[in-house]
Design a protein around this ligand. Structure first.
Ligand code: HEC
Ligand code: HEC
Length: 429
């Protein structure tokens, strides 16, 4: 393991091209879906209110958005695979696993989500009537043919009336979108930018027959909502909680360790993790991957615009006690010292170029040392109620855990009442 990781020179070589090309949206087709049992048809009451709770419309890092670029970026975020089918299909053989053994029931169980807006009315009616076979992998193939599985793009060929899944790839929406459960649990309208904390990425990838037993054990250890974006680079196993991809306009540096910009990280993930085609070189991490003709860089500008357009969801009405929250705000800015790091309307000091040592914030040194900076970025606080657990490793399951962490770490001596007030304030962010 590295001893120390002092400020490494900024020399990433991500070239951000100006042209953005929107890939095709998967065509929806009319396919009959056979018999099935759908558990828990109760519609979830959760409604995401996508208001902008704290717009940071000024500041040096705030980007003015171009609506055409935002629209193009939305398609990329949802549907672009950057050619990663060559990995997920040819190498990982996921199309065979899915066609053979992944029923919709299993898919929902490992956290995959279904976009109800892509389902023809006949399919919705059949689902509602319990006439769709959720235990049959053939139904999953049908859903993929409809483009209904969030973040998973399948190509289906129909020969003599029989559908077969010939390729699959993944998109950004796989980890960074969920649904509002308005149709059924796991089935509803897309919520882009919301981390999918039900998604068990490790369990899904471990289904591949091409995975070694050693890697399989690592993948199976992660659990839902977590992913290690460096295991295949450094062989270590220390997954991070999938963060929201919303509320980032105005934030200078991204990821828990503040390595670099959004487009840097998008290229990192697209090429080194999703196995999209293109070149990613970062001497700071000793990474140099050349994976075929470039399909990532031309899409980065529009992809960036779409992410920056995603506002953090406002706290649902009635989800906090306003009077307690007002007292909590005073504590946040005073006695509890939170605003010494969580500054301004974005609640982060990263725009002042500040990072924090693991010891300073009571977080793991091992995780930080695998990154470019070796330190932690003060997380911009956004939509907090909507994406537990907290901290890079999910060690704080609730906001009470967050407050207790700091109360102990910084010997704040907060009373039970003060802690409760602070939690009410955090719920408003
Ligand atoms: C397999 C799951 C997965 C996929 C696919 C994925 N990400 Fe992520 N994303 C993560 C994880 C985990 C992190 C946190 C990494 C870290 O901080 O070390 C992250 C971090 C981010 C962040 C930083 C958020 C912040 O608070 O700074 C953004 C933005 C982001 N991803 C966007 C994207 C985009 C765009 C794509 C598609 C090119 C993508 N991600 C694909 C799992 C994923
Ligand atoms: C010394 C700087 C510093 C201080 C003081 C500080 N924080 Fe943080 N905060 C951070 C850093 C750095 C992280 C990221 C840690 C991680 O992900 O492991 C963070 C993460 C968080 C998170 C998790 C956000 C998420 O999406 O995972 C919350 C919530 C939070 N802080 C609230 C607070 C509160 C409340 C206080 C005051 C009691 C406070 N912080 C004081 C630096 C600080």
């Amino acid at each position: 393991m590295q001893q120390q990781n002092p400020e490494r020179p900024e020399q990433s070589t991500i070239s951000v091209s100006r042209s953005a090309r929107a890939p095709r949206t998967p065509a929806t087709s009319r396919v009959g879906v056979a018999a099935l049992i759908l558990f828990g048809m109760a519609t979830a009451a959760f409604v995401a209110s996508c208001g902008d709770s704290s717009p940071a419309s000024t500041g040096p890092h705030f980007v003015q958005l171009d609506s055409a670029q935002v629209q193009a970026g939305k398609t990329i975020f949802r549907f672009a695979t950057f050619g990663d089918e060559s990995f997920w299909t040819d190498t990982a053989r996921m199309h065979e696993v899915i066609a053979k053994s992944v029923s919709p029931a299993l898919a929902l169980q490992v956290g995959l989500k279904v976009d109800s807006d892509t389902l023809p009315q006949a399919v919705k009616d059949a689902l509602a009537a319990g006439q769709v076979d959720l235990t049959s992998p053939a139904t999953t193939v049908t859903l993929l043919k409809l483009g209904a599985v969030v973040g998973l793009k399948g190509t289906v060929q129909t020969v003599n009336g029989k559908d077969s899944l010939v390729s699959v790839g993944i998109t950004c929406a796989f980890c960074h979108s969920t649904v509002d459960n308005s149709f059924a649990p796991g089935i509803g309208h897309r919520l882009d930018g919301f981390p999918n904390h039900d998604l068990n990425v490790g369990a899904i990838v471990a289904l591949s027959p091409a995975i070694s037993p050693g890697l399989k054990a690592i993948l199976q250890s992660w659990g839902p909502g977590k992913y290690d974006a460096r295991t295949n680079i450094d062989g270590k196993n220390d997954p991070a909680v999938i963060p929201p991809a919303y509320g980032l306009n105005g934030v200078a540096k991204e990821i828990y360790t503040g390595d670099d910009t959004i487009s840097y990280w998008n290229a990192y993930v697209a090429i080194t993790q999703m196995h999209g085609h293109g070149t990613f070189v970062d001497p700071r991490l000793g990474i140099s991957i050349h994976n075929g003709a470039e399909q990532v860089a031309p899409l980065l500008p529009a992809l960036l615009q779409y992410q920056l357009s995603l506002h953090a969801p406002a706290a649902p009405a009635g989800s906090f006690d306003a009077a307690a929250a007002a007292r909590g705000k005073a504590l946040f800015e005073g006695t509890a010292k939170c605003s010494t790091c969580h500054v301004g309307s974005l609640y982060t000091d990263i725009n002042e170029g500040k990072l924090h040592t693991p010891a300073e914030v009571g977080q793991s040194a091992e995780f930080a040392l695998r990154s470019v900076t070796g330190k932690y970025r003060t997380t911009p606080l956004r939509g907090l109620q909507q994406h537990p657990p907290y901290f890079h490793d999910g060690s704080a399951v609730t906001l009470d855990d967050v407050v207790n962490h700091y109360n102990t770490l910084m010997s704040l001596g907060l009373t039970a009442q003060q802690k409760a007030d602070l939690v009410q304030y955090l719920k408003t962010l």
